[in-house]
Design a protein. Structure first.
Length: 289
């Protein structure tokens, strides 16, 4: 598993271990017990060290700056393609190949679509974010060609960690649909993708209950026991973060987890309030209110 120290991986790794999996970590330093070295920036991976695993989870990612400059977008793209290509080619070259590769893609592969429902079969976008995610998924073709079951997770906004204690208000007019997933739910979904042979190809790892942005802000403030945060108008968001405002925050993506539902996945935290309460308690070790 890559990215075990990140926002997602730091929860997924111990969850998988609790479910009986032996988790071996891909690390960018001198490996210790239970670790395998890789250096994507140098195109280096311990080919012998990745032999014989049942499955691989790849959720490592480069941190994104607040604004997408031309240089930043180039670096984000190069990192995504380099990591996905290196890992998938190395797995394809294994003598004892894994049965499955589950890896992080993103909801930005879909265009902003108003009230339209987005399934895994919906048309893809054409902007920077969509191209990044689409090409990142395509970079794992060597693994698929080698007979490995490949599952790209088109991850939405992830609820978890200290960031959810920020009492955000409505963004723009607040009518845009916000697809979301609890961080602990995402760990369960990754487990489901690993062990369920019928799960193949892109998956929307999202709650079956998307909400409008204004409703998210209202529910969060209620769970925190505070007045709603101040709304931020669209023009202010565009001034603050530029292109990212329209691509992510103001975009409307009403995603549904069709493939998960079709393969029998049972959601642990299907409602936003359930998810927020759970994650706030998990972060603090005590009730949210």
């Amino acid at each position: 598993m890559s990215g075990t120290n990140g926002m997602i991986g730091s929860v997924v790794a111990p969850y998988l271990a609790s479910q009986g999996h032996e988790v071996v970590r891909l690390v960018r330093c001198e490996p210790g017990p239970g670790e395998v070295r890789w250096e994507p920036d140098l195109g280096v991976i311990d080919a012998g060290g990745i032999e014989g695993f049942d499955g691989v989870v790849h959720v490592a990612s480069k941190s994104w700056p607040m604004r997408w400059t031309r240089k930043a977008k180039s670096e984000i793209r190069e990192n995504r393609l380099r990591c996905n290509t290196l890992l998938s080619e190395a797995l394809a070259g294994c003598t004892a190949k894994p049965r499955v590769l589950v890896f992080a893609s993103g909801m930005g592969i879909y265009p902003s679509s108003g009230d339209q429902v987005l399934t895994e079969d919906s048309p893809l976008g054409t902007d920077f974010l969509a191209t990044l995610q689409r090409d990142g998924e395509a970079a794992t073709a060597p693994a698929s060609a080698a007979g490995i079951r490949v599952v790209p997770l088109r991850i939405p906004a992830v609820i978890g960690g200290v960031i959810i204690r920020q009492n955000v208000g409505r963004m723009g007019d607040g009518r845009q649909w916000s697809s979301w997933i609890s961080r602990d739910e995402l760990a369960s979904i990754i487990q489901h993708a690993l062990v369920t042979e019928s799960v193949t190809g892109p998956v929307n790892p999202v709650s079956p209950n998307p909400v409008r942005n204004a409703d998210y802000a209202t529910t969060l403030s209620h769970v925190l026991g505070k007045r709603p945060g101040l709304p931020i108008p669209a023009f202010a968001l565009r001034l603050m973060i530029g292109e990212m405002a329209d691509a992510i925050i103001l975009a409307s993506r009403k995603m549904v987890p069709q493939k998960l539902l079709d393969t029998g996945y049972q959601f642990r935290f299907p409602s936003l309030q359930q998810a927020l309460v759970h994650e706030l308690e998990a972060d603090s070790g005590s009730p949210a209110r």
